[in-house]
Design a protein around this ligand. Structure first.
Ligand code: AP5
Ligand code: ZN
Length: 217
């Protein structure tokens, strides 16, 4: 099963992808995570992407398609993947079709998390993650069970993303509306899109997605 999770910044793509990885053994392909890893490692791609990401704009199609193409060559994706944050432009959606066709793979579902944009600013500015294992938390919606200690690995060190401030979030949303929302009709025309209420609580969103994946259609 190969799916795309689509939705604006803070819609819950990463949160839901993590659940599906744990429940179904699917592989999460987050171009945001790949780019952040490249920035942290100081690779040529990372050095080009850093300022663009901090400004909340989209990294060039050429760079992002290149890293996704390399990732799709790895054998673990054959068991099913979740695209989180890709494609983000019509050109990326077209490139994905060519990449998948060349590998004999196909998309089963495009799941759109529909959300209220104003609530997203609150979600994103309250978000942080474990510095050691990456588990995601939120100042109000998802606190560690023991205060200040990661549920998964026990670390007491947490971090916030440099692009998670209100001004950058607004730019990221404008980018979504202008460049990413237009890919929906592209997939609707093929009957692949299912909509899920992303404002429901995390467990309910997860159950709605699971139902779509189990529907076989
Ligand atoms: P990326 O890393 O993809 O960020 P994004 O799309 O802005 O998405 P986020 O990670 O902010 O949100 P999310 O939907 O995963 O929400 P989350 O689950 O964390 O991209 C970052 C940058 O990289 C881009 O701006 C761009 O520069 C570049 N980039 C990446 N891919 C690219 C591409 N393909 N092309 C070009 N450039 C690219 O949830 C948010 C918070 O809300 C969390 O704290 C969570 O706990 C909480 N939460 C989640 N769901 C719920 C819920 N149902 N109820 C209450 N709280 C919830
Ligand atoms: Zn941890």
């Amino acid at each position: 099963m190969n799916i795309i999770l689509l939705g604006p910044p803070g819609a819950g793509k990463g949160t839901q992808a993590t659940r599906l990885v744990a429940e179904r053994g699917m592989v999460q392909l987050s171009t945001g995570d790949m780019l952040r890893a490249a920035v942290a490692a100081g690779t040529p791609v990372g050095n080009k992407a850093k300022a663009v990401m901090e400004a909340g704009q989209l990294v060039s199609d050429e760079i992002v398609i290149g890293i996704l193409s390399d990732r799709l060559d790895q054998p673990d994706v054959a068991g099913g993947f979740i695209l989180d944050g890709f494609p983000r432009t019509v050109a990326q959606a077209e490139a994905l079709d060519s990449l998948l066709a060349a590998k004999g793979m196909k998309l089963d579902h495009v799941i759109e998390l529909s959300v209220d944009e104003d609530a997203l600013v609150d979600r994103i500015t309250g978000r942080y993650s474990c510095a050691k294992c990456g588990e995601g938390y939120h100042d109000r919606y998802k606190l560690p069970k023991a205060p200040g200690v990661c549920d998964v690995c026990g670390s007491a060190e947490f971090k916030r993303r440099p692009d998670d401030n209100e001004e950058t979030v607004r730019t990221r949303m404008a980018e979504y509306r202008a460049k990413t929302a237009p890919i929906l009709p592209y997939y609707e025309a093929r009957g692949l899109v299912a909509r899920v209420d992303g404002m429901a609580d995390i467990g309910d969103v997860n159950r709605s997605i699971e139902r779509i994946l189990d529907s076989g259609g």
